[in-house]
Write a protein that binds this ligand. Structure first.
Ligand code: PEP
Ligand code: MN
Length: 353
């Protein structure tokens, strides 16, 4: 790496993808420096991550190497020119991180769930103006995520970023943490000033899903990635299944297809015409919806007059089945078809009451 990356500049104009990589946990000097050496061959990696204090579910698991690891992070920074980044959960972590020259911090998903902890960190961050990334809380609670940014901004942190790491779920899904892409998209709509990195490692929980998930994040216009790497991933003390070697990371990056937010001039013409078709269909859909609601009101009047209940469960069940079958036949997403008609049906009932 020739020059140290200007992170403040990136926050002002985050058009270049920011790539953060490094081990889940810093385990030994050898592990960190060998991983950092591998990463130094990938020019896109600007920031070296490493967990020094690990929030673990069970008390007997490896809870991080502690202060010693910060010395190795500092060494990797001096040797390879990375910016270095770690997770802080309490003010004491922050104090040590600053002492060893950590450039960027992140607040973990388990800490963001607790506004007392976030406030405590915000108070101790006052006056530092170090760049801070905030992971999404474990549960899909956008307000809590937004609240954390507000607390940090009030404490004077001007470089604020988000990290989308997925959401814990009881449902069986292929992911370790369900992505629920709509949440980072909504955060971006509400706070376009906050760039969001995608932590594909904690979303996927396994190496196999990383590539397609990273591609999806790119297609949804992510501002960058956090990807865990380890020179011997199978031997990692934490998150062994999801870490990859720097070499695999290099290959994976090469296979990503970077799309532009806007098409080329000639492709733009095709896109415009397709969009026109879509706009026309949306318009038709709205007209049909209005027509449907008018008929629904007519039915409502009829039911009132003839003293018939508004909701007839059997009929509703029958229509739902018809929609599902037709939706399947048309190759539509059956869950979405169900949801759309549930909303329409609810509105119809409200009009008939
Ligand atoms: C991590 O990045 O290693 C970590 C513990 O992440 P999260 O807070 O997303 O679980
Ligand atoms: Mn991890």
């Amino acid at each position: 790496m020739s020059e140290v990356f200007d992170i403040r500049c990136w926050f002002k104009k985050p058009d270049e993808l920011l790539l953060v990589s490094g081990p889940c946990s810093v385990e030994s000097r050898e592990q960190l420096l060998k991983t950092a050496e591998g990463l130094s061959l990938i020019p896109e990696v600007k920031v070296l991550r490493g967990g020094i204090w690990k929030p673990r579910t069970r008390p007997d698991a490896f809870e991080g190497i502690g202060e010693e690891g910060l010395k190795w992070m500092r060494e990797a920074k001096q040797k390879y020119g990375f910016l270095i980044m770690t997770e802080v959960a309490i003010p004491e972590h922050l104090e040590l991180a600053l002492k060893y020259g950590i450039d960027i911090i992140w607040i973990g998903a388990r800490t963001v769930v607790n506004p007392f902890s976030v406030q405590e960190l915000a108070d101790s961050l006052r006056g530092t103006d170090i760049p801070v990334f905030v992971k999404n809380p474990m549960a899909p609670d956008l307000k809590l995520w937004l609240g954390a940014f507000e607390r940090l901004a009030t404490a004077g942190i001007s470089c604020l970023g988000g990290i989308h790491r997925g959401f814990a779920s009881y449902e069986e899904t292929p992911y370790r943490n369900e992505p629920l892409w709509e949440i980072p998209i909504e955060l971006n709509r509400l706070r376009p000033d906050i760039p969001i990195l995608t932590d594909v490692s904690h979303i996927c929980g396994c190496r196999e899903l990383l590539q397609e998930t990273a591609q999806k994040a790119l297609d949804l216009d992510t501002s960058g990635f956090m990807i865990e790497s380890h020179y011997k991933p199978e031997e990692a003390l934490t998150d062994a299944k999801q870490q990859i070697t720097p070499e695999s990371l290099r290959k994976a990056l090469g296979e990503l297809v970077i799309r532009q937010p806007n098409a080329d001039k000639k492709d733009e013409v095709i896109l415009q015409s397709l969009r026109k078709d879509i706009d026309k269909i949306d318009d038709d859909l709205l007209n049909l919806l209005a027509k449907r609601m008018n008929i629904s009101e007519e039915i409502g009047k009829f039911k009132k007059k003839h003293k018939v209940t508004v909701l007839q469960k059997e009929r509703w069940k029958q229509i739902q089945e018809n929609h599902i079958n037709k939706g399947k036949m048309l190759g539509l997403n059956v869950d979405s078809v169900k949801e759309i008609f549930e909303i329409i049906h609810k509105d119809s009932i409200d009009r008939q009451l």
